[in-house]
Design a protein around this ligand. Structure first.
Ligand code: ZN
Ligand code: ZN
Length: 351
């Protein structure tokens, strides 16, 4: 790092995450802040970009939309943050005033949403420009580790908003979560806030099922050849199916499985990022009173989730399985890209 350049992980083309020297960002708008990253992480969405699935992200973009940082400088229009503040960077930037933001949908903000590491340079760099800093940063708290607070950027609010809230998890209900990655597990952890009687995790990966059970899942089903997941879930739920089914993978087969697992009157909450069309079996579901929800994280529950982390009511530290120095981020991508092989869940990069 020199006075004017920094290290940054750049989307150099399909399948090519590349560590490069880039100019340090500077304040452009009065509502900007410049932050110095302390920890960042790699998200499944970054892998989608590298596979060429995210058309809004051009090559040359600095990736990343998660992490914790220290405020370096702020524009004249920033009122809530000052240099030296320890902050969580939200994956969704919010102007706080457009129609979508006012309807608690910053994911659709006309001058924000998922911008970082997508349409503007992101958090896998030593320094980052954060637009609309007042609506896009959150102060860190004392009671939780910095690693846990990295999960506030994206994984926890995505799981809670798109999975648990949209899925209407309620006391005594049964929940099935298809997919046991960081967001699926975060849904399992935050579903507990509503005391469901059953949380059934489904994954092809037996290590992940074991981790889910250690973190509070009541049941785990390792899917794969010869395993009838539908029969297993029906047996656990008196033949009914699950009241809430959360899709946390993002491929047609898992969304179709959700349609077979949902109980009459239940809800399918989609969290997965889908890159192709999926069949909807209305011929079976038309009279079953079910609800299907879709959403991108809005991060509107972040202040509440920070309090729950800070007071120890949510424990999520076990999600971090691998740690690297930022200089090793290309290796970290290799590990995260083959997560099952490396028993990797969340990979944290330290600056
Ligand atoms: Zn993410
Ligand atoms: Zn807005």
């Amino acid at each position: 790092m020199s006075d004017t350049t920094m290290k940054a992980l750049v989307f150099a083309g399909k399948g090519q995450p590349m560590l490069q020297d880039r100019p340090k960002p500077t304040i452009i708008e009065s509502t900007d802040a410049i932050v110095r990253m302390v920890k960042t992480t790699i998200c499944g969405s970054d892998l989608h970009i590298l596979k060429g699935h995210v058309s809004t992200c051009d090559t040359g973009r600095i990736l990343g939309h998660e992490g914790v940082a220290v405020v370096q400088s702020v524009g004249d229009g920033v009122t809530r943050f000052k240099p030296g503040d320890n902050v969580i960077v939200s994956s969704v930037t919010s102007c706080s005033s457009c129609d979508h933001c006012r309807k608690e949908m910053p994911s659709l903000c006309v001058d924000g949403g998922w911008t970082l590491g997508n349409t503007i340079d992101g958090t896998q760099a030593e320094f980052v420009r954060i637009p609309h800093a007042d609506g896009s940063l959150h102060l860190m708290v004392e009671g939780a580790t910095a690693e846990e607070q990295v999960m506030i950027s994206d994984a926890l609010p995505t799981a809670f908003e798109c999975g648990v809230l949209s899925g209407k998890v309620a006391p005594g209900c049964s929940v099935a979560i298809i997919g046991c990655g960081p967001v699926g597990l975060s849904a399992m952890v935050t579903a507990q806030l509503y005391s469901p009687s059953q949380v059934i995790m489904v994954s092809r990966n037996s290590n992940r099922i074991a981790l889910a059970k250690s973190m509070g899942a009541t049941h785990g089903i390792v899917s794969g050849e010869g395993v009838d997941v539908v029969a297993a879930v029906k047996e656990l739920t008196n033949g009914k199916g699950a009241d809430t089914v959360i899709e946390a993978v993002g491929v047609p087969a898992t969304f179709e499985l959700c349609q077979e697992l949902v109980a009459p009157g239940g809800t399918i909450a989609n969290m997965g990022v889908h890159g192709c069309k999926v069949d909807l079996h209305l011929e079976i579901l038309w009279d079953k009173n079910i609800t299907i929800t879709t959403r991108l994280v809005d991060t509107t529950t972040v202040p509440m989730l920070i309090k729950l982390l800070g007071s120890g009511q949510i424990k999520i530290g076990d999600l971090v399985t691998h740690r690297y120095n930022f200089a090793e981020i290309e290796e970290a991508y290799t590990t995260f890209g083959a997560a099952a092989e490396h028993k990797a869940m969340k990979v944290v990069l330290n600056f």
